[in-house]
Ligand binder design. Structure first.
Ligand SMILES: [Zn+2]
Length: 46
């Protein structure tokens, strides 16, 4: 196990209740990621 290399496919962008941009990605295996960007300073936050 663990040989699968996730391929993050952009799945959309939404805005959280806090006003942050949240970039959604998913791999075909079913794994998902949500990376938020605080618009105020532009620093990525995981
Ligand atoms: Zn995967």
């Amino acid at each position: 196990m663990g040989e699968h290399v996730h391929v993050r496919i952009g799945h959309g962008v939404r805005v959280s209740d806090d006003g942050d941009l949240v970039e959604l990605s998913r791999c075909r295996c079913g794994a998902t990621w949500a990376k938020s960007y605080r618009v105020a300073d532009g620093a990525p936050e995981e």
